[in-house]
Design a protein around this ligand. Structure first.
Ligand SMILES: NC(=O)c1ccc[n+]([C@@H]2O[C@H](COP(=O)([O-])OP(=O)(O)OC[C@H]3O[C@@H](n4cnc5c(N)ncnc54)[C@H](OP(=O)(O)O)[C@@H]3O)[C@@H](O)[C@H]2O)c1
Length: 285
């Protein structure tokens, strides 16, 4: 990749960012398409966010991704926020258009693209259990609610957060919010279980967020955790005849949608997938 005075700059703001796989994915995509773009990661402490945004604006960045802990705070520093980000309550992608900074959120749409393209599942009419009520659950819940699922039961360790998210998503579909003591009964009635908590993530990869005995063959189990690529929950689900869907695709597709917004071109999804897989293999070895 040749970098010169005309190179278009994109990147990531987070804290920390050392673990991020986005630079490998996005730079592989730019190289594959022969585009004069580069993607860099910046570790920005919370107190420095405003200065960082001013810096990127002045330096002419075409756009950037935003990750923990800046997804909500960044909204105060942008010129416009698109409907998806407003409804989710967080921005993960910024696009500079004619000097104006536009905030959007590609996490929910990225998840949906991954689910549909990898499993063939039609979201319409699905009975969903959404495990977790954090930022990822908000994005995924919004995308599913808008896509026509029959109902969403939000189950969370802190029940009040489950109730709050269920009430928010209730604008678009039937919902309820429950604590974890009732999650197994809800799963027995569900067709799609989506695990959005950090339970099962490396290094605690033997953990399973629900009693595996409630998993069944009519279920599609989707886990947002991608390190390890096959979580204990997915192994238990597969063993009981359920279909499974891992978290890698969401990461690829949210990045692919950002690529599309910055470059105006169709993203090379297979190239991004391969770059992510390669990087994860290195991390896991
Ligand atoms: N594949 C992808 O592209 C992608 C994208 C985004 C996120 N993720 C993954 O999704 C996970 C959550 O991210 P987030 O941004 O939503 O985090 P977050 O906003 O901090 O939310 C964390 C959620 O996990 C729950 N939780 C945490 N520890 C738990 C435990 N020991 N037992 C039960 N519940 C627990 C929390 O429950 P309380 O409300 O009770 O605290 C909360 O609902 C992470 O593993 C992240 O890597 C993946």
């Amino acid at each position: 990749m040749q970098i010169d005075a005309n190179t278009m700059k994109t990147g990531l703001l987070g804290h920390p960012v050392g673990h991020s796989k986005s630079p490998e994915m996005l730079n592989a995509a730019y190289r594959r398409e022969g585009l004069p773009f580069v993607y860099l990661a910046f570790d920005v402490a919370p107190g420095d966010l405003e200065s960082a945004v001013t810096g990127l604006r002045v330096l002419g960045f075409k756009g950037w991704n935003v990750t923990i802990p800046h997804k909500v705070a960044i909204m105060d520093h942008l010129d416009d926020i698109e409907e998806s980000a407003r409804a989710i309550g967080a921005v993960n992608t910024v696009i500079s258009e004619g000097g104006r900074l536009i905030g959007t959120n590609t996490d929910g749409a990225g998840y949906l693209r991954s689910l549909v393209s990898e499993t063939g599942m039609d979201p319409v009419g699905q009975r969903v259990v959404l495990l977790g009520a954090g930022g990822a659950a908000r994005a995924v819940g919004y995308a599913l609610a808008r896509a026509g699922v029959e109902r969403i039961t939000v189950a969370n360790r802190t029940e009040s957060r489950a109730e709050a998210l269920a009430s928010h998503l209730g604008r678009w579909t039937k919902t309820s919010g429950i604590g974890l003591s009732r999650v197994e009964d809800a799963i027995r009635e569900a067709s799609l279980l989506i695990q959005t908590t950090s339970v099962g993530m490396h290094p605690d990869s033997s953990a399973c967020p629900v009693d595996p005995g409630c998993l069944h063959g009519e279920l599609l189990v989707s886990d947002l955790v991608y390190h390890p690529r096959e979580t204990r929950l997915l192994k238990e689900a597969h063993r009981r005849g359920a279909r499974v869907h891992g978290g890698m695709g969401m990461l690829v597709h949210q990045g692919a949608l950002a690529f599309q917004r910055w470059t105006g071109q169709t993203p090379p999804v297979a190239t991004m997938w391969d770059a992510l897989e390669e990087s994860l293999k290195e991390t896991e070895s």
